[in-house]
Design a protein around this ligand. Structure first.
Ligand SMILES: [Zn+2]
Length: 290
């Protein structure tokens, strides 16, 4: 008996020692640009803010960065930046998963709608691994207007996430950019799908900077009790998570995006506990869910 209690004590102690403390900030949307100097700067920034970043890694950069991600598991979580139409995509997902990556994305530029049945094997694999999937939604840039490309914003509408969320309840979906400009649709499908969250990165918080209280009409159901609305957290804004969309090595966007989020959430009177969830708590709990 004494032996057993001693063993139990030891086991408890071990799990306490190994449990990672919650970071203060989680950035669910950072693109790795393949440059190790950027990675160093990112790690300094994350140390400074006690942060953790979901780092989107393209298959071409995978071999060069997977070790660093493992080494800095208190600061970085790997995401495999796959292309839905790549014939090698399932193999790539297996490789990312085997290296400890926890998510896929940012998905963008599909040849079919996100919820097309052709992509079912990909989402099934993501679900099997209990992954996050970050989707680009809404308007998308056109960086080389002279070169023809088969891209359409219509295939990346916010509403295409609804069917995926319902078919694959074990995937956590993060929609980037709140479906810009389909904000209402984005929020409404998150209201009914417990596994959908949104980030507000991109141009939205710049476009709306003179009118941040607008978002109260989008995330309207705080504290509402009704047969027509599922029981949610105390603040409807908790369907958002922090994401900076740093890409191309432009780390300065991180601070700017933190500031915009704070300004918007303060303008909408979002309580501090809800803000703590938006900036870290929600994603942390999902990451550590057994
Ligand atoms: Zn995007």
């Amino acid at each position: 008996m004494v032996m057993r209690s001693a063993l139990l004590l030891l086991l408890t102690w071990c799990s306490l020692v190994h449990a990672q403390p919650a970071p203060k900030l989680i950035d669910a949307h950072v693109h790795y640009n393949g440059d190790s100097a950027f990675l160093k700067r990112l790690l300094v920034k994350l140390d400074e803010v006690d942060g953790l970043a979901f780092l989107m890694v393209q298959p071409k950069d995978f071999a060069g960065v997977k070790q660093s991600i493992k080494q800095h598991s208190n600061r970085l979580v790997g995401f495999g930046e796959i292309q839905l139409d790549d014939p090698k995509v399932l193999e790539q997902i297996d490789q990312f998963h085997a290296a400890g990556f926890r998510g896929l994305g940012e998905l963008s530029g599909p040849k079919k709608n996100y919820d097309d049945p052709a992509y079912a094997p990909i989402y099934a694999r993501a679900e099997k691994y209990g992954m996050f999937v970050l989707f680009h939604t809404g308007i998308v840039n056109r960086t080389q207007p002279d070169i023809p490309e088969d891209i359409s914003v219509d295939r990346m509408r916010a509403t295409t996430l609804d069917n995926i969320a319902r078919r694959y309840p074990k995937i956590t979906l993060i929609g980037a950019h709140l479906g810009n400009p389909d904000y209402s649709w984005a929020a409404e499908i998150a209201r009914w799908n417990p596994n959908i969250y949104w980030d507000l990165s991109g141009s939205t918080l710049i476009k709306k900077q003179e009118d941040y209280t607008f978002f109260k009409s989008i995330f309207w159901w705080s504290g509402i009790s009704s047969p027509h609305s599922p029981k949610g957290g105390p603040s409807a804004f908790e369907k958002t998570v922090f994401g900076s969309d740093v890409f191309g090595g432009e780390l300065e966007e991180f601070d700017r995006e933190v500031e915009r989020y704070h300004k918007m959430l303060d303008a909408c009177g979002v309580p501090p506990e809800a803000q703590a969830n938006i900036f870290a708590g929600t994603v942390w709990r999902i990451l550590n869910k057994k």
